[in-house]
Ligand binder design. Structure first.
Ligand code: FUB
Ligand code: ZN
Length: 653
């Protein structure tokens, strides 16, 4: 019988009550945490992410309550509270989480400035949640209403602890943002109930079990951080270490085939795996558990090396929403659930804090600008659940949750409120600090601050590669301003006062450009990242894209969309990699994007035969078709105009 090997801190951090707005991000390390970095405060003030966050705040978030009302989620809470009559609505046992994720997102938004209407919606829905809770702390409308109050009999599919996890995260956000405790009290009562039920054999707790969908684990760590109650951290450690011991039938699907500490690759349902690993990183940070940290590092490397799409998307299989085999990275059948991209950002950020390594923020950048952002339309009203890298000519879309066309809401609506909570809390994932100084993980226009250090940045990134920093506040003693040099960047220049470096002589180690100085307010640092468009090839084992290249520029992955390339389909295009790529900024297009124009031809298509195969050694190659220029747009902006084909990977012959 494995025992939790985490050493839980004996001292408790202070309970923060009424400290609204002092720390308003999803990960607040405990006072004894053994992490390399601590999240810094960032205020995004203009530019690319400011626009996307403004759409989230002004359109997506305010529409949430009405959508949750129409879909029945709020009705279910009223039913559970006994204040309404009717039937349970919704197809899944986890529909409550749509409400919780929206509450979390709205809370992070409230932390950035009050909106009376949003605040009223939040408090109204918090009250609905509180009313639906049972006297002993249990809360799950599906089991209360559909399953006649049965509990914890179907841990594999029931999602009871998964729902609890999202409730806890919402409660922590609500408390951090508003200082109010109503939702936190609900969450604590539920967590205390769970703690009274689940534990190792011999612990006196009735059930030795785990939830088929991890989520409660990372939430419990955050509840510990928020309340100082060590039992929640212990419970999280117990849950994480009980995966891989057959309690769920031993299947890879729900990470029960092998314990986290022994696993050598990510497997099974992508979102489940990633939430579990986020919790493992949280535990390693709070307890100093080296084995969990090493496992996280090993698994992250295996994932990025063999199971990650160019967009940062994760999950190759529609079947079981599964990671798939190493190098099994299809295009039109790529699953790449939006939630998996979000979970990846959450895990990578925890690994970045734990280790201090820049590589994790490289993946965060790739994911944010591509696989994540494609999940929401430019107007903030329509969503993609799956994020394929190709839609074929003539694709007949079946609609539904896994459509390649944007949808207003889903039967399984996990992704939209998940996007809302990441956008609303995005500032939390951009910068960190330590005893040496301030680290800039992502480039935005705004203010980064940690302790007595603060710098202002101005940039038109990702369209331009220049980021200008001005020191605004500084202690008298020297400190280090660390700038992440993105993994995609081959050439850069940095000017610090009179000094100038480039990629050949700049003080870069492990992806960090480290500038140690005695700084003075007004000091300037100008980083210029070369943004020439580039063609990217894949490892030959990714046979779905063998013989293809993709266009990238800076952190952006590009795609061809039918609407920009009339005169034929996209299935027969051939790109000539020897021809130059031309860049044009188009303020009129898709909210303002930089396009890349590439050259090639459309393959001459043979007359339709009865059989689409020929003898490879006899057939003379078809002569080239007419030369054509192809216009590529950033992948995140696809599917915002008329329906049609799309592709990221482009054949070169
Ligand atoms: O099971 C809850 C959520 O629904 C998962 O995270 C998503 O992958 C979707 O299956
Ligand atoms: Zn989802």
């Amino acid at each position: 019988m494995p025992r939790p090997r985490s050493t839980v801190p004996s001292s408790t951090p202070p309970v923060l009550s009424g400290e609204a707005g002092t720390f308003t991000g999803p990960v607040r390390l405990g006072p004894g945490a053994k992490a390399a970095l601590t999240p810094a405060a960032v205020k995004v003030q203009a530019g690319f992410w400011s626009t996307r966050r403004e759409v989230n705040a002004s359109t997506s978030l305010p529409q949430g309550p009405q959508l949750l009302e129409s879909a029945g989620n709020l009705h279910n809470l009223r039913l559970a509270a006994g204040t309404a009559e009717g039937e349970f609505r919704g197809a899944y046992p986890f529909v409550d989480t749509d409400v919780y994720k929206w509450l979390e997102a709205a809370s992070w938004q409230l932390a950035q400035g009050s909106s009376a209407a949003l605040e009223a919606d939040v408090e109204r829905i918090v009250a609905l949640v509180a009313d639906a809770q049972q006297p002993d702390g249990y809360l799950n409308t599906w089991f209360q209403l559909v399953k006649g109050g049965e509990r914890y009999k179907d841990l594999r599919w029931g999602h009871e602890l998964y729902c609890a996890g999202h409730l806890i995260q919402a409660a922590v956000a609500h408390h951090r943002a508003t200082g109010r405790t109503q939702l936190l009290d609900v969450a604590r009562k539920f967590a205390d109930h769970i703690d009274s039920v689940f534990g190792l054999p011999g612990s006196g707790k009735p059930i030795d079990g785990i939830d088929g969908h991890p989520e409660v684990e990372t939430a419990l760590v955050e509840l510990y951080r928020e309340t100082g109650e060590c039992r929640y951290l212990e419970l999280a450690g117990y849950f994480v270490d009980r995966f891989g011991h057959g309690l769920l039938g031993g299947e890879a699907y729900c990470q029960d085939r092998v314990p986290v500490r022994e696993a050598d690759t990510v497997e099974g349902h992508a979102v489940r795996q990633l939430y579990l690993l986020a919790a493992a990183a949280d535990l390693a940070a709070e307890t100093g558990d080296a084995e969990l940290r090493v496992a996280g590092e090993r698994l992250w490397r295996a994932m990025t090396a063999t199971k990650t799409h160019l967009t940062g998307g994760l999950g190759a299989h529609h079947d079981e929403e599964d990671f798939g085999d190493p190098y099994e990275l299809p295009n039109e059948r790529a699953y790449c659930e939006t939630c998996a991209a979000i979970a990846s950002v959450q895990w990578s950020w925890r690994m970045a804090l734990l280790t201090g390594e820049a590589r994790y923020s490289d993946l965060i950048e790739r994911t944010l600008y591509n696989g994540f952002l494609a999940g929401v339309s430019l107007d903030g009203e329509r969503w993609l659940y799956v994020n394929p890298l190709q839609v074929r000519d003539g694709h007949t879309d079946p609609g539904g949750d896994q459509s390649a066309r944007r949808t207003r809401w889903f039967r399984c609506a996990c992704c939209p409120p998940n996007v809302m909570r990441l956008l609303a809390s995005l500032e939390h994932y951009l910068s960190s600090g330590d005893e040496l100084g301030l680290q800039i993980h992502q480039f935005v226009t705004g203010r980064y601050s940690y302790g007595a250090m603060s710098v202002r940045a101005e940039t038109d990134y990702p369209w331009q590669g220049t980021v200008a920093f001005t020191v605004e506040e500084t202690p008298e003693q020297p400190w280090t301003l660390s700038l992440r040099v993105p993994q995609w960047c081959r050439e850069f220049r940095v000017r610090v006062g009179e000094l100038s470096y480039d990629q050949t002589d700049a003080p870069v180690s492990d992806g960090w450009l480290r500038l140690e100085r005695t700084w003075t307010p007004g000091d300037r640092v100008v980083l210029e990242l070369a943004l020439a468009p580039r063609l990217t090839a894949a490892d030959p084992r990714v046979d779905a894209v063998r013989g293809c290249v993709a266009i990238e520029r800076g952190p952006l992955v590009y795609c061809l969309e039918q609407v920009d390339n009339p005169g034929g389909g996209l299935d027969d295009i051939v790109l000539d990699p020897a021809r130059p790529l031309a860049v044009t900024h188009r303020p009129d297009l898709l909210g303002g994007v930089t396009t890349v124009v590439a050259s090639g031809h459309r393959r001459r298509i043979p007359d339709a035969g009865w059989w689409p195969y020929t003898c490879a050694d006899r057939e003379a190659p078809e002569p080239d078709g007419d030369a054509v220029e192809f216009t590529a747009i950033p992948y995140y902006a696809w599917a915002n105009r008329q329906d049609g084909s799309m592709r990221v990977w482009l054949p070169t012959s």
